[in-house]
Write a protein that binds this ligand. Structure first.
Ligand SMILES: Cc1cc2nc3c(=O)[nH]c(=O)nc-3n(C[C@H](O)[C@H](O)[C@H](O)COP(=O)(O)OP(=O)(O)OC[C@H]3O[C@@H](n4cnc5c(N)ncnc54)[C@H](O)[C@@H]3O)c2cc1C
Length: 404
């Protein structure tokens, strides 16, 4: 006799979504998180319109700003505003304290037992069930286990899914929360047209594989930089150089509220299902390697995991978990692979970054495609296919030089 049908380790977007959906399907579920919510999570907080479609409840009350597009600054400094003409499906900015707390409360509301402040130190599988052990030594058993514990997943490591992320499979990031006041946020990030929405600012060229960002929160700017881990030494100097120029340009002296480092994976785990265990979200490596977006993927993987878990419990057959692998490949991994192509082409060299930014600036259809792709209005596969076709048609020589 086990304690629960499903044990979930981690209460970020992936874990709380998996928990809510499995509980809604009638399973008994416990979720452990080492933190007490609301908790800080280093994150720029950008979510595209697709997130609203994935969630089965309203998140309007916690949205901080409406986002109508992105502005890319090329290595040579010119600006490219990527704003879909149809602004009816905007993105948003959230704070992870509010967002993750709301998702966790929505899991509790449908009967999930939430155990905060409880670090899982070890996990193991027996023939007929899974066992997690808390730091205090308490053992809890479940028919199935979900590793939703982020990039440093103890679930993945304990069960030999992998033993860490190699230098070329993770990005390292700095995230700085800089208080400047709401009106200054609007002055810096607002649409130049005066339309009542803000833009995500992305700066390329300072890092050989990565970028600097400035995202608008309520009265705070999320400033940061990310770089592929094996070039992590570039990160702090590139950020500091950019920050000095940024303060100078906008004549501001922000109050720094936090300055933290964190990582996110940019390659998928080789296996995401093993025995009685499923990996979701960052633990499974489900992050867009071009943009660093991982919140929609975390939520979607939680939904797909819940469907396979419900089937496995109802049929008393762990092999049903394999459906998650298939669904994930079809719905999420194929999309992320399209963005791997974009990332590998774009970050290959500063010359490529410059060429692609120029193309996004000068070709209105390419500009629409990149805005719609980042905004979740078209799929990532569509973005890749249509962008390639467009470039081959309009700039065939440059298209070839990008790939060589
Ligand atoms: C600096 C930065 C900026 C980012 N900006 C964006 C952005 O703007 N938009 C976007 O879409 N994505 C962004 N991402 C990516 C996004 O944050 C992740 O993809 C997303 O958080 C993944 O969700 P998750 O639920 O898988 O994991 P997480 O959100 O990492 O949640 C994991 C949870 O597991 C808990 N946990 C870990 N270990 C244990 C343990 N042993 N026992 C119990 N609990 C445990 C943690 O406390 C945590 O609550 C950013 C990432 C970084 C690092």
């Amino acid at each position: 006799m086990v304690d629960y049908d499903v044990i979930i380790v981690g209460g970020g977007p992936a874990g709380s979504t998996a928990a809510r959906r499995t509980s809604q399907a009638g399973l008994s579920v416990v979720l452990f998180d080492k933190a007490r919510f609301p908790r800080y999570k280093p994150c720029a907080g950008g979510i595209h319109s697709g997130v609203n479609r994935l969630l089965d409840f309203d998140i309007k009350s916690i949205l901080q700003r409406k986002i109508s597009g992105a502005t890319m600054f090329a290595p040579s400094g010119f600006r490219v505003d990527c704003i879909p003409e149809d602004r009816s499906v905007p993105g948003s900015i959230i704070s992870r304290e509010d967002f993750d707390h709301l998702l966790l409360k929505k899991a509790a509301e449908v009967g999930v037992e939430i155990r905060e402040d409880t670090l899982i130190a070890k996990v193991r599988e027996e023939e007929s069930h899974a066992v997690v052990t808390t730091k205090e030594g308490e053992e809890v058993t479940g028919m199935y286990l979900v590793g939703a514990d982020g990039i440093n997943s103890i679930v993945a490591k304990s069960l030999d899914f992998y033993d860490g992320w190699r230098n070329d499979s993770a990005m390292i990031a700095i995230e700085v929360e800089a208080e400047v006041g709401s009106s200054t946020v609007r002055e810096i990030c607002g649409e130049p047209s005066g339309y009542n929405a803000d833009l995500l600012l992305l700066y390329y060229g300072g890092l050989s594989h990565g970028y600097v960002w400035c995202f608008p929160k309520q009265s705070v700017l999320s400033l940061g930089a990310c770089s592929i881990q094996d070039k992590g030494g570039e990160l702090r100097p590139a950020y500091e150089k950019w920050y000095a120029a940024f303060k100078n340009e906008h004549d501001i002296e922000p109050q720094i509220l936090s300055d933290t480092a964190a990582r996110f994976p940019v390659k998928r785990a080789k296996n995401i299902v093993k025995g009685r265990t499923i990996l979701v979200g960052d633990a499974a490596g489900l992050v867009d390697s071009f943009t660093g977006e991982g919140i929609p993927e975390a939520i979607e993987s939680g939904i797909l995991a819940a469907s396979a878990l419900s089937k496995a419990v109802k049929e008393a057959n762990p092999r049903s978990l394999r459906e998650y692998e298939k669904d994930c490949k079809r719905e999420i991994i194929s999309e992320l692979k399209a963005m791997d192509f974009m990332a590998n082409t774009f970050y290959k060299s500063r010359k490529n970054m410059e060429t692609m930014c120029r193309f996004f600036r000068d070709d209105s259809h390419a500009n629409f495609l990149i805005a719609a792709g980042i905004g979740g209005i078209i799929t990532k596969r569509e973005l890749k296919r249509k962008m390639l076709l467009r470039m081959a048609k309009k700039r065939p020589r440059e298209a070839i030089s990008l790939l060589l």
